[in-house]
Design a protein around this ligand. Structure first.
Ligand code: NAI
Ligand code: A1CAB
Length: 272
């Protein structure tokens, strides 16, 4: 695998920033010494410093030395960050990757300069273990820069390039989506406890069952209903349980939740 040669800055090293940093190292895309992590309170990053990452609270200085800059603060923290780094931006040197929900490439260019290269990426927290579903979009970045960003995120999971206007939908389905599936696994394990298993074994069983379901679809390239049909014996216990769940709104609640998350994902940022 071709290691990235330059320097990466992750500005805002919270949940997703740190997950990305860990994933890139695990995938051998870069060495810890090539990645600088910033955060307002850097004492929270001391464990990562021990692992060889460069740690800083000075966003502006870090941007000046970086080739790839990942913007990983909350949407409501972004404008302040962009103001801090603007003096250090060199449109010919850095490529900006924003993972911030609901902030367009044009919004970022309007703060950093119209000639700046901005690509949006929407990963999920499974990026820490190389299993992210990441959607990538841009409105103007060069083909070479988009290809490098796709290569970067492909080292830590799957990538789909989408139109920028679908980015909030991707946020709901994939970035929020991991929480929805995690809650479903938790609920299944709670059901397992009610029918006789200890919590730890119920969780283990639910996790492996969920993993098997996902892998069946990935490896067989089949449709969920095709696989469900193989489980539901006539007059059997699966169809009884499944229909009871549907009567209680199982699919409907998932669809409604995803739709609400998509609306919210587009409404977290104010341009000022
Ligand atoms: N958490 C997730 O699963 C995903 C989050 N995102 C996006 O990633 C962004 C970050 O989300 P989280 O990691 O969940 O939030 P978080 O709150 O865990 O991380 C944000 C970090 O930025 C730091 N920060 C704030 N202002 C700063 C500044 N001026 N300089 C340096 N650091 C600063 C905060 O101290 C915090 O550690 C958001 O825009 C969110 O929409 C995108 C995909 C998935
Ligand atoms: O909940 C959020 O707002 C962020 C964006 C997608 C995942 N977490």
């Amino acid at each position: 695998m071709n290691q990235f040669k330059g320097s990466i800055a992750i500005l805002g090293s919270g949940n997703i920033g740190v997950s990305l940093a860990k994933g890139l190292i695990k995938a051998d895309y870069a060495l810890p010494s090539q990645i600088t992590l910033t955060r307002r309170n850097i004492s929270n990053l001391s464990v990562l410093a021990e692992q060889g990452f460069v740690i800083s609270a000075d966003n502006s200085a870090v941007v000046g030395n970086a080739d790839i800059v990942v913007l990983a603060v909350l949407p409501q923290q972004l404008n302040q960050l962009l103001e801090q780094i603007r003096p250090s931006v060199d449109a010919k040197k850095q490529v900006f990757i924003s993972v911030a929900s609901g902030v367009s490439c044009a919004d970022i260019r309007s703060k950093l300069g119209e000639d700046v290269q901005v690509i949006r990426a929407m990963p999920n927290t499974a990026i820490a273990i190389g299993q992210s579903m990441t959607c990538v979009a841009t409105d103007h970045a060069t083909k070479d820069n988009v290809e490098e960003v796709i290569r970067m995120f492909e080292t830590v999971g799957s990538v789909v390039k989408i139109n920028e206007d679908l980015m909030t939908s991707a946020t709901a389905l994939c970035a929020c989506g991991i929480a929805f599936f995690l809650r479903a696994i938790r609920a299944a394990s709670q059901g397992g406890v009610e029918i006789g298993f200890h919590a730890d074994e119920a969780l283990k069983m639910a996790v492996q069952t969920a993993k098997g379901a996902a892998d069946l679809l990935l490896q067989m390239q089949s449709h969920p209903e095709q696989e469900i049909d193989k489980v539901t014996s006539p007059k059997g216990c699966t169809i009884a349980g499944l229909n009871e769940m549907e009567h209680n709104g199982f699919s409907s609640s998932l669809i409604k939740g995803i739709k609400l998350s998509a609306v919210k994902a587009g409404a977290l940022y104010t341009k000022e």
